[in-house]
Design a binder for this molecule. Structure first.
Ligand code: SAM
Ligand code: SF4
Length: 350
């Protein structure tokens, strides 16, 4: 690995700021070097301001089912976790929540997220999508791996975007932590989102056991290759009822570095300040907003369900109401002098 000195690192950051292009070796050097973090975050903040402005897009997150057929070793919703109470929110309640978020809270995007729950087949999902799209909102789905035809059906019913993290581009690591799943299939699903005409949201976990710093450089190059419209970077937080319960977990610092470099390389995409960042540090999301992020996803799931959607322990705001979650997010935004966007927050390619 090349070890660059600080002046050379600063030049690399300058180059990324102006040309939005770094090779694998340069990305790795910046990921390893902790002396230039403040410069890196400041550069990502500048690029964010230049390309997507000061406005922050709010996405109303509804966690509508915690049933999952998969067994990802890091996730509290995994099939083999018998210590969680499973729930599904029915279509009418889901619509009422989306309506409240749109009409009373003024939110312009609804995000429907769940485990891979086979109960919600294409017909049920398309019916929900069509109903929610009668509201004045953009609609994002985050429901896992589906066929190209299913992605096309969601798009035809009115869905606008889809979030599907690749989790890691290290295929061996993926095979280890995502038993029974195929990295190639997941990567193809991400490409299929674009073919179906949906905005592509992806991202990775940071801090999985055995995850190498080098692989974060590959992750960032992967985001560019698939022409992602949105990238979410989440620090991995170990859950006590999973095989990775004794793992160390990710750090906020490394998650912010991967996020900041993603902003430098993909300057005009949408990047959320993730909930997992806030769980690791009280000011995690604000730090992210000042290091390249321009999106926050306030949770509008009913309080009674939140504690059961435990991907990881300590997930912030599990006892909040939707209105309290929104107020907290708006306070944070106001405190750093940024504005809430009144638009739908589509990715505008430059
Ligand atoms: N089931 C769908 C999927 O996997 O794409 C969507 C819901 S899944 C809960 C959303 C994301 O949660 C995953 O992509 C994963 O990155 C994240 N996640 C799961 N367990 C986590 C953990 N222990 N720490 C941080 N993030 C986690
Ligand atoms: Fe299921 Fe998604 Fe959790 Fe994997 S990450 S177990 S697919 S909810």
């Amino acid at each position: 690995m090349l070890m660059y000195n600080i002046p050379i690192m600063k030049k690399l950051i300058e180059k990324a700021k102006n040309c939005h292009d770094l090779n694998r070796e340069e990305l790795i050097a910046l990921l390893y070097n902790d002396d230039i973090d403040e410069d890196l975050f400041a550069a990502a903040d500048e690029v964010r301001k230049q390309y997507v402005g000061d406005e922050i897009h709010l996405r109303a997150l509804i966690e509508f089912s915690n049933f999952c057929k998969n067994n990802c070793c890091y996730c509290g919703l995994r099939r083999d976790n018998k210590n969680i109470q499973r729930y599904r929110i029915d279509e009418n309640t889901l619509f009422a929540l989306a309506k409240h978020a749109s009409e009373n809270m003024g939110l312009k995007t609804i995000v429907l997220q769940s485990g891979e729950d086979m109960f919600f087949d294409t017909d049920k999902l398309c019916s929900i999508i069509r109903r929610i799209k009668t509201l004045d909102v953009a609609l994002t789905l985050s429901i896992g791996e589906k066929t190209l035809d299913e992605y096309k059906a969601y798009k035809q019913a009115g869905a606008d975007r889809f979030l599907l993290r690749i989790e890691t581009t290290d295929k061996d690591l993926y095979a280890l932590h995502d038993p029974g799943m195929s990295w190639e299939n997941r990567a193809q699903c991400i490409r299929n989102l674009g073919i179906a005409g949906l905005e592509i949201g992806s991202g990775v976990l940071v801090g999985l056991p055995e995850q190498k710093v080098e692989s974060f450089a590959d992750d960032i190059l992967f985001f560019k290759q698939v022409q992602a419209d949105m990238i979410g970077i989440g620090p991995f937080i170990p859950h006590p009822d999973t095989p990775l319960k004794d793992a160390k977990g990710g750090t906020l610092k490394m998650a912010l570095k991967v996020m900041a470099l993603t902003r430098l390389i993909l300057p005009d995409i949408n990047i959320p300040a993730t909930t997992a960042m806030e769980t690791l540090a009280p000011n995690g999301q604000v730090k992210a907003l000042q290091a390249g992020a321009n999106v926050i996803m306030p949770n509008v799931t009913l309080t009674q369900y939140r504690k059961h959607y435990e991907l990881y322990p300590g997930k912030s705001a599990t006892n909040y109401t939707p209105d309290k979650s929104l107020k907290e997010v708006k306070d944070k935004i106001a405190a750093i002098g940024r504005k809430v966007s009144s638009g739908y927050g589509y990715h505008k390619r430059r």
